[in-house]
Design a protein around this ligand. Structure first.
Ligand SMILES: Cc1cc2nc3c(=O)[nH]c(=O)nc-3n(C[C@H](O)[C@H](O)[C@H](O)COP(=O)(O)OP(=O)(O)OC[C@H]3O[C@@H](n4cnc5c(N)ncnc54)[C@H](O)[C@@H]3O)c2cc1C
Length: 397
């Protein structure tokens, strides 16, 4: 699929007399990140006729999904995989591949003529006077508003002691893992028993002996592909994750700190599935001893390969503004109150559990676009999320 055509510069740039200056561009709202969070933010800004531009470090819209491991299928069915304005093609209860999801996002950008420029990585975001300044290798963007649109997992997290592993051991983070062909013969230690670790372990056990390290965070009590899931998933996804566990409900406020600091329960691969195919469970890895990974119980593991499924950092070191707290950016429902005009979207539990999911991000985008519109004096644009089409759709369930 070809990348979307970009609209002309007059649509992209605010009128500021700067658009013609080489390497220096002004736009009223700059959206950094062109994954689902950035695209849907663009869609909501377009709905309000507000000028903006989306920039993304990847080469193609959808690459955040394309770059994940080859066999990945979504955990959510098509019914929940769409953004506002465009259904996900195919059977409602099918689980698309990561490439189908990527292509959907690319089609979404094309359908709504979203002004996305790919291949632009912001290396620094700061503020000069009233404007934000985002710089990449040879570009300088100035903006009144900046929306940082990306999930909380941009940079692989690997323990420091990984560098002490024997160089003969093939080691890679799940962000680099594509398929078993990348590994050498011999045993594999998969570190981290979350959803990535479980899925990778069950794939690798067909070709290697697999040891899976870690305890995990339990498992959801049904199979996403099962018939009961067709009742349970709408309830869990659209009611519990979207409406009950939010930053506005007492139960959501209570759940949030744990939710943002721990991994999710296993969704597709259950502990008994791992046992049934011969994945051996071992305790946590705590260090390296004589070049070998060492477990909590003191054992050193003579393995030929290590796949780190140990999570990600948000990777916000390029944000040169005092807005990063110890665990997450300082925001209230995506709005950074201390830096007027700065917004986040896509983060874990930004407003609700569904905020990081395809089905939930549209409501957050509607809310943030409403705040930007209000900031620029567009009457009636700052609708409450309770009045948004997303919320009305939920209330109909
Ligand atoms: C393995 C896995 C499976 C998942 N499965 C599901 C599922 O089944 N259903 C579901 O609803 N959700 C799922 N999610 C959660 C979520 O939907 C995805 O993580 C999704 O990719 C998040 O979209 P996003 O737009 O918020 O962020 P991302 O997809 O991470 O996109 C962020 C974009 O920002 C760009 N970017 C980053 N830094 C910069 C910079 N400095 N300058 C310019 N551009 C930058 C990146 O290039 C990227 O394209 C899954 C997540 C993972 C990790």
């Amino acid at each position: 699929m070809d990348p979307p055509d970009l609209p002309g510069p007059d649509r992209l740039m605010g009128v500021d007399g700067m658009a013609g200056q080489a390497g220096r561009e002004y736009v009223e709202t700059l959206v950094i990140g062109g994954g689902q969070a950035g695209l849907v933010t663009g869609y909501q800004l377009s709905q309000r006729d507000l000028p903006y531009k989306i920039i993304d470090a990847n080469e193609r819209v959808g690459d955040a999904w394309r770059n994940r491991w080859d066999s990945l299928r979504l955990f959510t069915p098509n019914r929940f995989n769409h953004l506002p304005g465009m259904p996900f093609p195919g059977f409602h209860w099918a689980f698309p591949s990561k490439n189908e999801m990527a292509d959907y996002l690319e089609s979404y950008a094309r359908k709504f003529d979203l002004p996305v420029e790919t291949g632009v990585r912001v290396e620094r975001l700061t503020r000069e006077g009233d404007r934000f300044v985002a710089t990449s290798a040879d570009r300088r963007f100035e903006a009144d508003n900046v929306v940082i649109a990306m999930s909380s997992w941009q940079r692989p997290r690997v323990p420091d002691y990984a560098s002490e592993l024997d160089p003969g051991i093939v080691q890679l983070h799940v962000a680099e893992y594509k398929n078993p062909g990348q590994l050498q013969e011999g045993d594999v230690l998969v570190v981290g028993a979350g959803n990535s670790g479980g899925e990778v372990a069950i794939e690798l056990v067909r070709t290697h002996k697999v040891l899976l390290s870690g305890t995990g965070n339990g498992a959801i009590p049904f199979r996403p592909e099962s018939v009961p899931a067709r009742v349970l998933m709408p309830f869990v996804g659209r009611v519990i994750f979207h409406r009950v566990l939010t930053t506005r409900t007492p139960i959501g406020k209570k759940a949030r700190p744990k939710w943002i600091s721990t991994g999710e329960p296993l969704i597709r691969v259950k502990p008994k599935d791992l046992a049934a195919v011969g994945v051996e469970r071992v305790p946590r890895v705590t260090g390296v001893q004589s070049g070998l990974p060492q477990l909590e119980d003191g054992r050193s593991m003579e393995v030929a390969n290590v796949v780190w499924c140990t999570g990600f950092h948000p990777g916000f070191s390029w944000i040169d503004l005092p807005v990063l707290g110890p665990q997450e950016p300082l925001h209230r429902r995506g709005i950074v109150e201390s830096e007027s005009g700065l917004y986040f979207i896509g983060l874990k539990f930004l407003y609700s559990v569904s905020s990081e999911q395809i089905q939930g991000v549209g409501r957050d985008a509607d809310y943030i676009a409403g705040k930007i519109a209000a900031r620029h004096g567009v009457r009636g644009a700052d609708r409450s999320a309770n009045d948004s089409p997303e919320e009305r759709e939920t209330q109909q369930i």
